[in-house]
Design a protein around this ligand. Sequence first.
Ligand code: CXF
Ligand code: ZN
Length: 378
Amino acid sequence: MATVGKVIKCRAAVAWGPNIPLVMEEIEVAPPEANEIRIKIVATAVCHTDLYFLRERGRGEGFPAVLGHEGAGIVESVGPGVTRFNPGDTVIPLFVSQCRDCRFCRNPNTNQCDKSWPGKRLDVSSDTTSRLQCRGQTLLQYMGTSTFSEYTVVKEIAAAKIPDSAPLDKACLLGCGVATGYGAAVNTAKVEPGSTCAVFGLGGVGLAAVMGCKAAGASRIFAVDINKDKFPKAELLGATDFVNPKDYDKPISQVLAEMTNGGVDFALECVGSVEVMRSALESCVKGWGVSVLTGYNDSQDVSARCLQFLAGRTLKGSLFGGYKSVDSVPKLVSDVMSGKLQLDEFVTKTLPLDQINEAFDLMANSEGIRTVLNVLAL
Ligand code: CXF
Ligand code: ZN
């Protein structure tokens, strides 16, 4: 390849600061350094965390940056020491890495790789360096992935190799939303056959959680959302009951308790609201109810009465659906290719990368589930 070892000039959507639209810019992408790979992005989608970081977080740090963490593409070149990839491989960049070597990778019960982009900060790749530059400034590599660009560089431990024949315009959703929700149900909650579940929030993560509850054999899946227009898709993916908190003048936990003889076995919070996290916990049945939060908010604390826990409820968190990323994403892709996992319903709009601000507006207005951006670099 003519570009190997050279700086690539390409187009990317740059976030120059909070609460201002992204700007399509020409950026420079340096060659991959040791144990890194440079990827030509083919498709990428906007996740709510991108929107949260840009518009809702309310702090000025972490800019300029290239956002984006639901992407898929082709390896353009590899840095020294790379053993897992060759140029031409089809890959999904991963914001949770899997080095296979650290204490956490060696433990079968967690996916919290110690070499991962640190969960504490949303603004930098894990070693705080960046291969992206624009107008003489370094662009932070958001979540270590920066997929809103024609080219990006990631660590080799932060990419999953997938079949060349995978449909990248859908498989990119496995980089976050679908894996997060589906895995929260099957891996973290460990939903049981015949159980009752409630899924709070019917965006991409929530719908995937509904799919996970169904796949795990739940007998009743309550879909909870303040927007009733979200219910038909939830039904299509397996929800059996629909609850709009706006229709009731009592806490939704009480409504669910009355509908389920005391509360659901499993509750999944897929909104990122601390109030909803508390409701989800309180909606679980005493004795054994498990509540899993997938949403994110770094400015407010989650609170709950001690008695909720003393009565036998458990509150858990799930990052990337608890999946050991490098090992699991190829399996999820093969589930998509065999028809076991349905992604079509999640893609509600397709746009070129340069219309990315429209995709952010759609997400902000809760219109549709995922906008997939086609990245059309030569
Ligand atoms: C995020 C939530 C905030 C931490 C990183 C992962 N989940 C999905 O976008
Ligand atoms: Zn995400």
